[in-house]
Design a protein around this ligand. Structure first.
Ligand code: SF4
Length: 331
């Protein structure tokens, strides 16, 4: 393809920051990723289940730090999405969350572990809770093949971002573990099928290696899974040991995804997946803008309609990683 001077770049980005959830978005429909990451569309499909999960996280993380159930409840309630579910009789009501968090705090599953501490780039030492970390994909970028934009860098670096729920330390074993909290309405006896091959936590091992300054051959991931219910909330702990081979497999999968993203980026074409337009009886949030085939039209409309502007309801969390690790995917 010959080089050409393009005066309009629909993808006005200087870097690409992806995560486990944006990879999931990409797998469900590549064009959703384009709207979200390349066209800066601020609409997103939030759900009561996800919002309640975040509120339970806030509450339980407070409990891990302070061991104070009242403070944990307060944090959970402050984060609870009351605008999405104001009725105590509905699924995922605040009352259900209250009962579930109580059960979780009293479960004692992590009694043999204490929270690790971590020094932030500012020098402040804090508990290793909700640790923001990033992996820089060394030697990989979304080069603007065939497109030369006057005001755009020609090499777009790619980062993989994550928040680690908790890094804990075994009081008896001296072993570091990664803990992830999951909330669900599904039968917990089936959770093993959901988490055994889940790869979300694997890159956390690279971050832990960087923090400890040594290689880790095996690492224990603990999934603390809660069944959200007002009468019979349940808590189960699932433990999986992962090896260096698992981390390599994760990296290989990531390489495949970013190579596909790079191809689509350079073609200025992220294909639709019509099977994802309706999910749980709700149409995709990008449905209206997805009607236009031409990416330049989509980009201009989003700007004209101000859909790239954030407000209080759709504010993105700015990523300020405490740790950034270099990963050479191609090596
Ligand atoms: S409307 Fe359908 S094709 Fe378009 S982004 Fe959404 S899921 Fe993909």
């Amino acid at each position: 393809m010959s080089n050409m001077i393009d005066t309009y770049d629909p993808y006005g980005i200087d870097e690409l920051r992806i995560s486990h959830s944006s990879r999931q978005l990409f797998k469900s429909c590549p064009r959703k990723l384009e709207f979200r990451k390349f066209l800066s569309h601020t609409g997103w499909d939030d759900s009561i289940a996800a919002a309640v999960g975040r509120a339970l996280h806030e509450g339980y993380q407070e409990y891990l730090v302070s061991k104070n159930i009242d403070r944990a409840m307060f944090k959970m309630m402050a984060a609870y999405p009351i605008d999405m579910c104001a009725n105590p009789m509905w699924k995922y009501s605040m009352e259900e969350c209250y009962a579930t968090l109580q059960k979780l705090c009293q479960s004692g599953h992590l009694i043999d572990y204490e929270l690790a501490t971590i020094r932030q780039p500012s020098g402040v030492v804090s508990s290793a809770i909700e640790v923001p970390a990033s992996i820089r994909l060394k030697g990989f970028n979304l080069k603007n093949d065939g497109h030369v934009f006057i005001d755009r860098p020609n090499y777009i670096p790619v980062f993989y971002d994550m928040y680690i729920d908790a890094i804990m330390f075994g009081k008896l074993t001296g072993e570091y573990i990664i803990v992830d909290l999951k909330s669900t309405k599904q039968d917990l006896s089936k959770s093993v099928y959901r988490f055994q091959f889940d790869d979300q936590l694997l890159p956390y091992a690279l971050v832990l290696e960087s923090i400890l300054g040594r290689n880790i051959d095996t690492l224990t991931f603990k999934y603390l899974v809660v069944y959200v219910d007002i009468q019979n909330p349940e808590v189960k702990l699932f433990e999986f040991n992962k090896s260096r081979h698992d981390i390599q497999e994760w990296a290989r999968g990531l390489l495949m995804d970013v190579m596909n993203i790079k191809s689509m980026y350079n073609m200025r074409w992220f294909p639709r997946n019509g099977n994802s337009c309706l999910s749980f009886s709700r149409p995709c949030t990008y449905w209206d803008d997805c009607q236009y085939n031409d990416v330049n039209t989509r980009a201009r409309l989003i700007k004209m309609e101000g859909k790239d502007q954030e407000d209080d309801n759709n504010k993105r969390q700015e990523m300020n990683p405490w740790i950034t690790v270099d990963l050479d995917l191609v090596a």
